[in-house]
Design a protein around this ligand. Structure first.
Ligand code: DON
Length: 350
């Protein structure tokens, strides 16, 4: 029936890809006027998957030993729209460590607890233009305000979370992430142990913050809670749903829960634009025009406000610590779907 094995293989792989698209869940919240058409997103995501699946440029993070041995070939794409359509393709069941993408949600939690103004006063939201682990990101700022998405600012943000001890803060963070994902998330213990054994740089940053009075709990305890939050496991679908919660005014599109106050969403998204991809943020804004956040675990989530979120998992990273394949896929999809936030045509202006 099949002329050759190659033909059989490509038919089987097309069937597998088709089968992995999950049907839209029926619990959709009220429809967004700008939520995208399913067939369109489906075909564009498929194109992107095929176009980039063999691109192996970049290299796994290795400063956290666990991450160096994650299979570099894994590749998953998930889209969750504000009306809760769910589209998935590739390795979307694998639980990878959320890493720096966690910083967005700890920022959101700090804003829930303290209000946006207090967080801005204590942490700030200036683009640092520096690598994610930069001590200069702390030293350079004349007022010593920072950015909650680079390690130093993120550790300071974690230190703002209330709780009578580290365990209570950590549980609160994990519960908040789970509500954003619409599913119970858990720590990947091996990632935590691997990172905790090697995070001397982050410990140094916490003491540098202390020198400027810019950490608000015990420095090492704050690094430990931060290390745990970075070691939370998510799959691409869960990550896309966390992003879709931001795209949907803070309401999780699957559960209907208002997880993040709607008035905090614009500040969170603008912070992602400033520093979501670190020293790659300017180029990203120029080319793609969507708030996004990367993690050295290989995930990136990008938000199209009002429309939805796309999460891509592919471990090899560029020099700035951002997944190479994820950037290419999101760029491709955002261009084809006309999602660039800075383009007036993205909201229908002809
Ligand atoms: O603190 C660290 O270095 C890691 N836990 C997180 C860094 C990270 O994900 C940078 N993002 N691309």
């Amino acid at each position: 029936m099949f002329r050759n094995r190659v033909q059989l293989k490509s038919i089987l792989s097309a069937m597998l890809i088709a089968a992995s698209f999950t049907p839209a869940m029926l619990s959709a919240q009220k429809a967004s006027p700008v939520a995208p058409r399913r067939e369109l997103v489906e075909s564009v995501v498929r194109e992107a998957y095929d176009k980039f699946k063999d691109d192996m440029s970049g290299k796994n993070a290795d400063y956290i030993p666990y991450l160096a041995q994650v299979d570099s070939k894994m590749f998953g794409i998930a889209v969750v729209t504000t009306d809760n359509q769910v589209l998935t393709l590739g390795d979307v069941k694998y639980s990878f460590s959320i890493q720096s993408i966690s910083k967005v949600f700890t920022l959101a939690l700090a804003m829930e607890e303290l209000g946006a103004d207090k967080v801005f006063e204590k942490i700030g939201s200036e683009p640092t233009g520096r690598p994610f682990n930069s001590p200069l990101a702390v030293v350079d700022m004349p007022t010593h305000t920072g950015n909650p998405l680079v390690n130093a600012g993120a550790i300071a943000t974690t230190s703002l979370i209330s709780g009578k001890n580290a365990a209570e803060k950590w549980n609160k963070i994990l519960d908040f992430y789970s509500r954003a994902a619409g599913e119970k998330l858990a720590l990947i213990d091996e990632v935590y142990k691997s990172e905790a054994a090697t995070n001397t740089g982050n410990k140094a940053l916490s003491y540098l913050l202390a020198k400027y009075d810019r950490i608000y709990a015990d420095p090492f305890e704050s690094v430990d809670v931060y290390t745990k939050q970075c070691s939370v496991g998510v799959n691409a679908t869960q990550l896309a749903r966390m992003g879709a919660t931001l795209a949907n005014n803070g309401v999780n599109p699957a559960t209907g829960e208002q997880v993040i106050k709607r008035e905090n969403v614009p500040e969170i998204l603008s912070t992602m634009t400033m520093a979501g991809l670190y020293d790659g943020s300017g180029g990203w804004a120029w080319h793609v025009g969507l708030p996004a956040k990367s993690g050295v675990g290989g995930g990136i989530v990008a938000i199209a406000p009002g429309k939805g979120a796309i999460a891509v998992f592919a471990p090899p990273l560029d020099e700035a610590g951002n997944s190479v394949k994820a950037q290419k896929v999101i760029d491709y999809v955002a261009q084809r779907l006309n999602y660039n936030l800075y383009s007036p045509s993205s909201v229908g202006l002809k």
